[in-house]
Design a protein around this ligand. Structure first.
Ligand SMILES: N[C@H](CCC[C@H](N)C(=O)O)C(=O)O
Length: 300
């Protein structure tokens, strides 16, 4: 099958975008892994499939597949911004605000005059069974010895890491539609992301695996973040990961309500007014090129 695609990136998190608004696409996990492969395919952290929505009042649906595993996932923050840029630039919509549904949520996107995109990422979810996170038999940890005078009863949880250079790490757990485990580190540049990231991502206490965030607090309004993503490995930026890290930092008393998140691929700004409010994420979204690719009949 010959596929037309658009290559895009948001803060260095890169995507293959496929337009399925005119004809449905039936690709396999192996096809998505091929498209994500940086040597045998196009190369991307995730593949985004854009469809029309049949839900009244909702413009589009977009499906998200991790480029490493080929698995379909629930949410992608940087992808949502690139989706908004895509439907505008291809003329699929003339509106500057777009409602789009994913497998488990409805989000609203606004293209700003400066070209950045703001996404209402809905409210974070903390209920362990909805993350999902298995805390059975675990006791929460004090907040890493950091001042948490404003902490509101939100806990850190110890994850045992047998055989690793660290016996355990303390993580804040939550969902932005997709699961996140955020640990605070002194310096993201020296944090053991390559070693600890995969151990957290595949940890047994996360039945659907998890995105592993490494958060360095620079000030109450500025952080640095690296994320070892579920099904993709470390990416240059993770939008839902930035949302999760800021929400956790606010609940743990480390951060104010609007934070600049410095990722290796660029700057994301996250705002959250607290429980009962949605998380707002603002950042860049660019088209890199368009192309065509022949999907092998039997990809490995
Ligand atoms: N790897 C994530 C999906 C992509 C999230 C990330 N690229 C973002 O911008 O939010 C997961 O398996 O939940």
């Amino acid at each position: 099958m010959r596929l037309h695609f658009t290559k895009m990136q948001g803060a260095g998190n890169d995507f293959v975008v496929l337009d399925a608004t005119r004809a449905p696409l039936a690709l396999s996990a192996a096809d998505y892994r091929f498209l994500g492969d940086r040597r045998f395919g196009v190369g991307a952290d995730q593949i985004l499939v854009v469809e029309r929505s049949s839900t009244p009042g909702v413009d589009f649906r977009y499906r998200i597949f991790n480029g490493g595993s080929g698995d379909e996932v629930e949410q992608c923050g940087n992808g949502a911004r690139c989706f908004a840029r895509f439907v505008r630039d291809t003329g699929l919509t003339l509106a500057s605000s777009v409602k789009v549904e994913t497998v488990n949520s409805l989000i609203e996107l606004h293209v700003q005059p400066d070209g950045r995109v703001t996404v209402d990422m809905n409210q974070p979810v903390f209920a362990h069974e909805r993350i999902p996170f298995d805390a059975h038999g675990l006791s929460p940890r004090p907040h890493n010895g950091h001042s948490s005078d404003k902490a509101d009863g939100y806990d850190l949880w110890p994850l045992a890491l047998p055989g690793a250079s660290l016996p355990s790490v303390d993580v804040a757990v939550l969902s932005m539609g997709n699961p996140h485990a955020v640990q605070r580190v002194h310096d993201v540049d020296t944090a053991p992301v390559a070693e600890i990231g995969p151990l957290v991502e595949g940890h047994a206490r996360f039945p659907r695996r998890v995105n592993a965030g490494f958060l360095q607090v620079v000030s109450r309004r500025e952080v640095r973040l690296r994320v070892y993503e579920r099904g993709a490995g470390e990416t240059l930026a993770c939008g839902t990961g930035a949302c999760a890290a800021v929400v956790a930092g606010i609940r743990l008393g480390w951060l104010d309500a609007e934070v600049d998140v410095h990722t290796r691929g660029g700057l994301l700004t996250i705002a959250w007014a607290g429980l009962g409010h949605p998380v707002l994420m603002t950042g860049p979204a660019q088209t890199v090129y368009t192309g065509e690719i022949q999907l092998p009949d039997h990809v490995a």
